[in-house]
Design a protein around this ligand. Sequence first.
Ligand code: NZQ
Ligand code: ZN
Length: 381
Amino acid sequence: MNFSYQNSTQIFFGQGQISNITQAIDKSKKVLVIYGGGSIKKNGVYQQVEQALTDHNWLEFSGVEANPTKETMDKAVTIIKEQNVDFILAVGGGSVIDGAKYAAAAAHYDGDGWDILTGAYKPQVATPIGVILTIPATGSESNANSVITKAETQQKLPFAATCVHPQFAVMDPDVMKTLPEKQLVNGIVDAWVHVCEQYITKASGALVQDGYSESLLRALKTLGDTYAERDNDLWRANLMWTANQALNGLIAAGVEQDWATHMIGHELTALWHVDHARSLAIVQPSLLRNQIEYKRGKLEQMGRNVFGLEGGSDLAERTIDAIETFYNQLGVATQLTEHDGDKAQAIELVIKRLEGHGLTSLTENQSVTPVEARQILEAAV
Ligand code: NZQ
Ligand code: ZN
């Protein structure tokens, strides 16, 4: 087991923590506050930011859409360059944070920012970022990843760069009180699939990574099972912390990772605007059934240690059924209904997109080629 692990984001966790940004951001910095469609103005978060930054020099950029686009974020890049911004405060969910990461890196590059997503430019330097998280789901608040859409071509691609790793993240569970039900459920599902992508791979014997992954999955299962009690401080705090830990790099250290569900799911979002988490619930059960022989050992382990299932030769199959039941119990569909046109055409379109993005040998085994991707989609559409 070889790895290098660092997570340098300072976390301010708990109620009333937003005021910490007064000290966390140096007063000599010119700050750009980036946010989305305005939810922060309705729940008091914007007002708390205003108050905390009273003695700072700051300006704002709003209108980052869910599934942030390069086109929108390039406008923020212009502001960062023209106004000599030297600190970015992202106030929002994964979309705002990811958009801020793109802008922070693209502002230090003279070419087209999309080069970051194609890999033609690998950012080494970026404007420093701080985060106020408003929806627990992606883990973007303390990782180096970002997913950006190019509206013009309907492409949705990820990048990762150490230089965009946030310096700090404020995680106040009170901000979740205004979340629509749909977004709350999305958070549970996205965090769940993040753990699965790093855990349901080859048996590794990595006791810490496996054990911690199982703890996170059991926590999410409990939060789903007690969903009726969600209007509760501890429930909110538990979800916020679990979603963060699910994708902060720790459980991936030194083990194989899959991410095929995410790559196929991104195509569904780019084409039909399926919510990110919902795209994952559509793809994952079908992908696990397709890849069951590679993943049987880990699925059996998950069945025993997360769902408490009895042993037996069909344990892996029953574990996948339990995962699907978990999504359905949360009201999340595991079949695609958002596509337009007929099923065969929709599948063909996704396969073409995957091929176009070079995503032709996915999973830790490189065993999801366009042939398997087609089989997976046939069972999910
Ligand atoms: O724009 P506003 O008005 O703020 O509304 C947002 C948005 O419409 C709303 N919202 C957020 N906080 C709220 C709230 N509404 C009321 N009260 C609050 N406290 O929720 C909507 C969705 O927000 P979004 O940021 O899109 O959600 P999420 O955090 O699920 O982020 C999804 C994006 O992150 C990417 C996804 O692909 C998608 O683009 N991901 C990023 C990852 C990463 N950087 O590590 C990993 C993930 O796998 C994922 O791919
Ligand atoms: Zn995700």
